[in-house]
Design a protein around this ligand. Sequence first.
Ligand SMILES: NC(=O)c1ccc[n+]([C@@H]2O[C@H](COP(=O)([O-])OP(=O)(O)OC[C@H]3O[C@@H](n4cnc5c(N)ncnc54)[C@H](O)[C@@H]3O)[C@@H](O)[C@H]2O)c1
Length: 439
Amino acid sequence: MKITVIGSGYVGLVTGTCLAEVGNHVMCLDVDPAKIALLRAGGIPIYEPGLEDMVRRNVAAGRLSFTTDVAESVAFGEVQFIAVGTPPDEDGSADLQYVLAAARNIGRHMQEYKVVVDKSTVPVGTADKVRQAIAETLAERGVDIGYSVVSNPEFLKEGAAIEDFMKPDRIVVGAEDDLAIERMRRLYAPFQRNHERILFMDVRSAELTKYAANAMLATRISFMNELANLAETLGADIELVRQGIGSDPRIGYHFLYPGAGYGGSCFPKDVKALIATGREHGHAMRVLTAVEAANDAQKLRLVDKIVAEYGEDLSGRHFALWGLAFKPNTDDMREAPSREVVRALVSRGATVSAYDPVAADEAARVLDGTAGLTFAQDMMSALQDADALLIVTEWKMFRAPDFEALRAALKAPVIFDGRNMYDPAWVRGLGFVYHAIGR
Ligand SMILES: NC(=O)c1ccc[n+]([C@@H]2O[C@H](COP(=O)([O-])OP(=O)(O)OC[C@H]3O[C@@H](n4cnc5c(N)ncnc54)[C@H](O)[C@@H]3O)[C@@H](O)[C@H]2O)c1
């Protein structure tokens, strides 16, 4: 099939590349000329394991191309994926300006039947707005051309995006006409040779499914964070509690790790947007409001522990910080807890030396001008003369450090571990003061 992907970010680039990998011809569009120039020159704008090779292979095979030319991109694909950003508006609701701009572009240039697929995470009712935006632009042109609007939310995880796209747990498709259903079935046939993975449903249910999934995962995290904070006070170990409940198949082990709060481009904005949708329709989303409040507090949990240890005034204190990305295996800094931690520490007068194996450049960009923050070239040099080490992202390379070298580099052997990386008894046995979450 010939496919256009509108928006070449984390989701669009992975979607386009994986669809090309199975033999389709894909054109990826973006409004950002620098991004398209980089992609055309063989670079990729994000860190995602395995993506660069796959992009290169498919470009070389002539199946994948990049453009900023809207008319060319609309003409190209019989299927047009919309994979642009849906950031939070001022009231927390999803800002649909980019989605609707993409829809209008399709309406402005299309010459024959198109299947328009919303892959961006969008509130219930957005497919209707996309349909209307296209209808209006077609009417302005005075033409009558057929099209279908489909909801196909994306469930990939950054850091494992290719694996998730190539071997999805499920493919949710909200489509209500036979032609669109047939196209979507054909499009995804290569991804379900092992067993049927497509769940066809009505468009509104598909749109809501994406928010429901992220809201459920965020809820599990906030629930565990609150429980961890309580466990700490009660003298229980949340890690043992986690195993104790995870073994129940009704609960399961996934997403039960307490930590320094959830971040990233999805959970925070999607929880906000679902709360806003509820508000708009007269439903107070009480559980999600609490999930969000608990997470806001949890992002500062490490700072609370530091203040408890050293007092409110941290001037003259220097901290090493390991991990800046909102989670391992990505350079995504959107809503990363590290941003809150750094801000809170430097605003109290401390200085911070931070290390992240891939997100340092992106962190330098988003934390630009933060006085008191410097970036270390490697994990050990970040420790030099620090009063304590903070761990904010659980990169694998932090799992088994050389504790002797660590103690030698730090000014004092103190660790504030926001990701429960180590066995408390073991590190304490090595002479460290070890603060974890709920242990
Ligand atoms: N990142 C994830 O892990 C993830 C997972 C599932 C779903 N989603 C959802 O997918 C959507 C995209 O997320 P992302 O992380 O890929 O965002 P992103 O910011 O990385 O990428 C969006 C891209 O769209 C481009 N763009 C904006 N308007 C455009 C237009 N009119 N025409 C062409 N390009 C345009 C931007 O320049 C940008 O490159 C969001 O709704 C998000 O919630 C993201």
